[in-house]
Design a protein around this ligand. Structure first.
Ligand SMILES: NC(=O)C1=CN([C@@H]2O[C@H](COP(=O)(O)OP(=O)(O)OC[C@H]3O[C@@H](n4cnc5c(N)ncnc54)[C@H](OP(=O)(O)O)[C@@H]3O)[C@@H](O)[C@H]2O)C=CC1
Ligand SMILES: CCCCCC(=O)/C=C/[C@@H]1[C@@H](C/C=C\CCCC(=O)O)[C@@H](O)C[C@H]1O
Length: 298
């Protein structure tokens, strides 16, 4: 008999999540039926959307999260013991899956760690790859700004922009992160959004204006970058991490006028739009990692 432990959503978040909004529960799992298989979590993801999506969840459900898991018992020939899979199984240690469970067997990434399936070779990396390339359509020589630049998505966006021959400015919240972006990842410049002179520093870092803007944070930082957009610039609205736990909507500077005058194209997206092409994205990223063009923090 296997005992699973899982985090159950028991109280709606009010502001930032609190410990007692989730409860750790033990559950005895029944023996496997035909075609079922049991997986054990190896890595769990902890992503910003776990906060922004909470309002859609019913109380009593296991908290959502992607995990990399290993098949430890199986009555399903497609999922033999020892296989690794990735899927949105939630924050739980053990899960009984059946043929309808949406998990993807993990390929061997040529020696790269399986945890990357929750990072650069998973939702975060694919969000950067498709969101940036498809929506921003970067051209060599253009100026790209990415917010949340030291995060899982932003750090990949900036590196892809460098691969595409752009000048890249990362926005992050500490000088230590900025140093990592410039010295280790090859960003051209960094601006600290906590700097009291952020607006001036941003203008200094983007003397030719901004052609592509990939926004992960929303709020006033996003508004400030909108004012730097060039004629026919492109903005990919990926996330708004600064606002996910707002109890009342945050007040920000209105940026309609500069976007209208400059005929800027602004588009929000959810990465699943490109799910039929995820294999292409993973292949592209594995190639860049092996060529040393895409660096990771493991
Ligand atoms: N549209 C889609 O399909 C998807 C969207 N996303 C979104 O992408 C964004 C980035 O995700 P991910 O990289 O995984 O997250 P991470 O947690 O790795 O990074 C987020 C970064 O945001 C910065 N940040 C946090 N709070 C603020 C704030 N108040 N103002 C400005 N910056 C802030 C943090 O850096 P610092 O210390 O510098 O503040 C942090 O590095 C999120 O908004 C997420 O919801 C993710 C996946 C799919
Ligand atoms: C303003 C909020 C933007 C959130 C953007 C974001 O981080 C999206 C991440 C998705 C994530 C969504 C997960 C669950 C949504 C709840 C269930 C549903 O309505 O379908 C997941 O799909 C991976 C990222 O694409």
């Amino acid at each position: 008999m296997v005992k699973a432990r899982k985090y159950v959503y028991v109280k709606h978040f009010n502001g930032f999540p609190k410990e007692d909004d989730l409860e750790l529960v033990e559950e005895e799992l029944p023996p496997l039926q035909d075609d079922e298989y049991l997986v054990e979590a190896v890595y769990l993801s902890l992503d910003p959307y776990l906060r922004s999506s909470a309002f859609k969840l019913s109380l009593g459900t296991t908290y959502i999260a992607f995990q990399v898991a290993k098949v430890v018992q199986s009555k399903n020939a497609q999922h033999p013991v020892g296989q690794h899979v990735v899927g949105n199984l939630g924050w739980r240690t053990h899960t009984i899956c059946n043929p309808k469970t949406q998990v993807t067997p993990l390929p061997n990434y040529g020696g790269l760690p399986l945890s990357l399936a929750l990072g650069v070779l998973g939702v975060s990396g694919l969000t950067a790859y498709f969101g940036f390339l498809e929506i921003c359509q970067p051209q060599p020589g253009e100026t790209v700004v990415v917010t949340g630049a030291a995060g899982a998505v932003g750090s990949v966006v900036g590196q892809i922009a460098k691969i595409k021959g752009c000048t890249v400015v990362g926005v992050a919240g500490s000088d230590e992160k900025g140093k990592w972006l410039v010295d280790d990842l090859g960003f051209d410049k960094f601006v600290n959004y906590k700097d009291k002179d952020f607006v001036t520093k941003l203008a200094e870092a983007t003397p030719k204006g901004v052609d592509c803007f990939f926004d992960n944070v929303g709020g006033e930082v996003c508004s400030n970058v909108m004012y730097r957009m060039n004629l026919r610039g492109r903005v990919a609205l990926c996330g708004a991490v600064s606002c996910y736990n707002d109890v009342t909507p945050s007040k920000v500077t209105n940026f309609n006028a500069p976007l209208i005058w400059n005929e800027v194209k602004v588009e929000g997206f959810i990465v699943s739009r490109w799910s039929a092409r995820f294999g292409e994205g993973v292949q592209g990223m594995v190639r860049w990692i092996k060529e040393g063009k895409l660096k990771l923090r493991r």
